[in-house]
Ligand binder design. Structure first.
Ligand SMILES: NC(=O)c1ccc[n+]([C@@H]2O[C@H](COP(=O)([O-])OP(=O)(O)OC[C@H]3O[C@@H](n4cnc5c(N)ncnc54)[C@H](OP(=O)(O)O)[C@@H]3O)[C@@H](O)[C@H]2O)c1
Length: 288
């Protein structure tokens, strides 16, 4: 069962278009007008500024909050002048850090709950019982509704699941990164009923770096775009939508037209041969 794409906001702030509050309001409204209501953030986006910039739109227009779902992440300590106490980039999944990060996100978004909190990266020092303790408390307080992880291995998911249910797993999946098809992450999402979200779903660097792999993928996607009367972007997303784990693309564009295209990609049913043509373009060879 295909689900609406999630709208990624990493490039909406100073790491991209640097929208002003009016532009945030406009693009959020546009997304809602086509039924897209889930927005993906992280505490670190825009060197810890994008959540608050997006939040200004929610402050300006109180009716918006109840119409949207907010995903945010914590656990990375980024080296930036905005966090002068950090001496090195590191991970922190201690209870105190998770609590502090969630409280800051709540303030940034001018809200009293986060729909989904993800641990951004697997922290070698993570203690599953400590994470479960703080997440259960945050859930009881109504500050976090659902919980998930990002960029974890299957064994890290298994470890954490011993203490707390994992409801979402956000990983990089695209034609330029097909690891999740083979390393068990998507099998685990399917078998454990964990929602699979793919970041950089079009393929990291696919439009900017002229590698042989990127050129092969774009050439094949271009051919299929004529056959399916679709855009190249839609073919790249239709590839993900075919997987039985129900991959939800987290799209990163700053353009509403491309967001709309991504939603419409759900209507494309690639046939199996075309899926494998794209896969062969990615790997450089047919399957065995
Ligand atoms: N969990 C994690 O560790 C993690 C890591 C990275 C990202 N994320 C999340 O995933 C979201 C998506 O990541 P992403 O931005 O890398 O995904 P993406 O959707 O694969 O890439 C979006 C980028 O591609 C450009 N683009 C799209 N179509 C194009 C075309 N036809 N020609 C040229 N350029 C085109 C966009 O530019 P325009 O803006 O001009 O359309 C934008 O710069 C992020 O916003 C973030 O929420 C999560």
């Amino acid at each position: 069962m295909k689900q609406n794409p999630i709208v990624g906001c990493m490039r909406w702030g100073i790491w991209g278009e640097n929208f002003n509050t009016k532009q945030y309001e406009t693009i959020i409204d546009q997304c809602l007008s086509i039924g897209l209501d889930t927005f993906d953030h992280a505490d670190i986006y825009g060197h810890y500024t994008t959540e608050a910039n997006f939040g200004e739109a929610l402050k300006n227009n109180h009716a918006l909050r109840s119409k949207i779902r907010i995903i945010t992440k914590c656990g990375i300590n980024m080296l930036t002048p905005n966090r002068p106490t950090h001496e090195i980039k590191s991970y922190d999944t201690s209870a105190s850090h998770i609590r502090k990060s969630v409280e800051e996100s709540l303030m940034n978004f001018h809200t009293d709950y986060i729909d989904t909190l993800l641990i951004h990266r697997p922290d070698i020092l993570m203690n599953p019982e400590e994470i479960a303790f703080i997440l259960n408390n945050l859930k009881k307080e109504g500050k976090v509704k659902t919980f998930g992880v990002s960029n974890f291995t299957t064994s890290q998911v298994n470890l954490l699941t011993k203490c707390i249910p994992i409801e979402h797993h956000q990983v990089e999946i695209s034609l330029t990164n097909i690891a999740a098809f083979e390393n068990g992450v998507l099998d685990q999402c399917y078998s454990e009923k964990i929602e699979a979200q793919s970041w950089s779903p079009l393929g990291s660097g696919i439009f900017t770096e002229k590698t042989e792999q990127n050129l092969r993928i774009l050439f094949t996607a271009e051919e299929l775009s004529t056959k399916y009367n679709a855009t190249v972007n839609q073919i790249l997303l239709a590839f993900l939508y075919l997987h039985p784990a129900g991959i939800i693309p987290v799209i990163g564009t700053t353009k509403f037209e491309r967001i709309k295209e991504a939603k419409e990609a759900m209507d494309i049913e690639l046939n199996r041969e075309d899926f494998y043509k794209l896969l062969a373009a990615s790997t450089g060879h047919e399957v065995a």
